[in-house]
Design a protein around this ligand. Structure first.
Ligand SMILES: NC(=O)c1ccc[n+]([C@@H]2O[C@H](COP(=O)([O-])OP(=O)(O)OC[C@H]3O[C@@H](n4cnc5c(N)ncnc54)[C@H](O)[C@@H]3O)[C@@H](O)[C@H]2O)c1
Length: 350
């Protein structure tokens, strides 16, 4: 079992990574949340695949379990389901020593994490990510959220889990598309700060997925522990995301997060190359990498529609917005710019 220890100002916790971890979830969780009532929150797809395994493991270790299932997909990360989960916790009598177990991808992790934070002003939280994206990104770092009709993740809180358990065996049931989504975020980590990881991703067959998850969690740990509340360095993780969120929104949330971020990364990198900000080979290298993992790099949206969708991003501060710009593969920096500069960047990138 590989373990990364995350020490943030608000909480310290381990991220455990290995095969067949669901069988050990009860034993591992007991160490960090104590034997208690466990409210498993999951979606209908993951429920059919892994909930029984988790429940068995928890019961074997002495947990009392209850379960709430939401429909799978981004549309479920909404205020209505959020309230349903809170009411479910209340109706089942969960109290302060009890715990929410978020079993699923980033959608479940985000909404269940937010519910754990708000219910009784905070009960314990165990993240059990089952998608690649959730293992390398959303389950770690404490961002929880739901979407509002005006945009993604507009209501949420910083709330660190007590433990994260990544069962790599669960990735076997992920379809190709969902794996590719995870690889979009892995490519993001490589471009922002790890050239060696980028080189490794050029030979997919040589990759050990648990090593990649470990490396990504380490990168996220280093960034998040230095800036838990996302006021500075942590924003580097948003590479490709301001435009990615805009593209996701313009698609009516039908385009997957990873694909939208891929296009966002490509637009920004092309713009930086055209503006002489980053090395000349950067854009080609990135596009080749995205192609290798069947990820898109282009959009048919116009400059103006992208701009309008992007400026509603929550990262905007008045007439200024901070973008993550690449200098070369393995190094990016933050630049706060006016909205008209941002419009220019989009023009250079599409
Ligand atoms: N909190 C954060 O820091 C953070 C970071 C990145 C992304 N996110 C959020 O994460 C969400 C995207 O996460 P996601 O890509 O995991 O999406 P998701 O949770 O919708 O999961 C994708 C699909 O895979 C299915 N699935 C999950 N595990 C499976 C498994 N093992 N086998 C087969 N199918 C499985 C789900 O049912 C769903 O249909 C977005 O809402 C995004 O905003 C949050």
């Amino acid at each position: 079992m590989k373990t990364v220890r995350i020490d943030t100002p608000s909480r310290s916790y381990p991220v455990h990574i290995a095969d067949n971890m669901l069988d050990r979830a009860g034993e591992l969780a007991a160490e960090h949340v104590g034997i208690c009532k466990a409210a498993i929150i999951t979606d209908n797809i993951v429920d059919g695949l892994y909930a029984d395994k988790l429940e068995n493991s928890l019961r074997k270790s002495g947990f009392d379990t209850v379960k709430f299932v939401i429909p799978s997909g981004e549309k479920s990360k909404n205020a209505e389901n959020f309230l349903l989960i809170l009411n479910f916790l209340a109706e089942n009598g969960l109290s302060r020593p009890d715990a929410v177990f978020a079993l699923g991808g980033g959608v479940v992790g985000d909404i269940a994490g937010f519910a754990a934070c708000v219910y009784l002003r905070g009960i314990k939280l165990v993240q059990i990510p089952t998608t690649l994206l959730a293992m390398i990104d959303s389950s770690v770092g404490g961002k929880t959220a739901i979407d509002l009709s005006s945009g993604k993740n507009l209501a949420g809180a910083f709330y660190q889990p007590n433990i994260v358990i990544c069962d790599c065996s669960a990735l076997e049931t992920l379809d190709y598309e969902q794996r590719a989504n995870g690889f979009a975020e892995i490519i993001k980590y490589a471009v922002i700060c790890d050239k060696e990881l980028f080189e490794g991703l050029k030979v997919p067959k040589s990759l050990d997925i648990s090593d990649i998850i470990l490396r990504c969690v380490e990168i996220k740990r280093d960034i998040v522990t230095a800036d838990e509340r996302d006021t500075g360095r942590r924003q580097i993780l948003n590479f490709g995301h301001t435009l990615g969120h805009a593209i996701e929104k313009l698609s009516g949330f039908t385009l997957a997060h990873g694909k939208a971020v891929s296009i966002g990364m490509a637009i920004i990198t092309k713009a930086c190359e055209n503006a002489g900000i980053c090395e000349n080979s950067c854009y080609n290298e990135l596009v080749q990498m995205l192609n290798r993992y069947s990820l898109p790099s282009k959009t048919s949206h116009t400059q103006e529609s992208l701009f309008n969708a992007a400026i509603s991003d929550k990262k905007r501060k008045g007439e200024k917005i901070t973008l993550v710009l690449p200098e070369k593969i393995g190094r990016c920096f933050l630049k706060t710019m006016s909205l008209s500069e941002m419009r220019e960047i989009i023009k250079l990138g599409i």
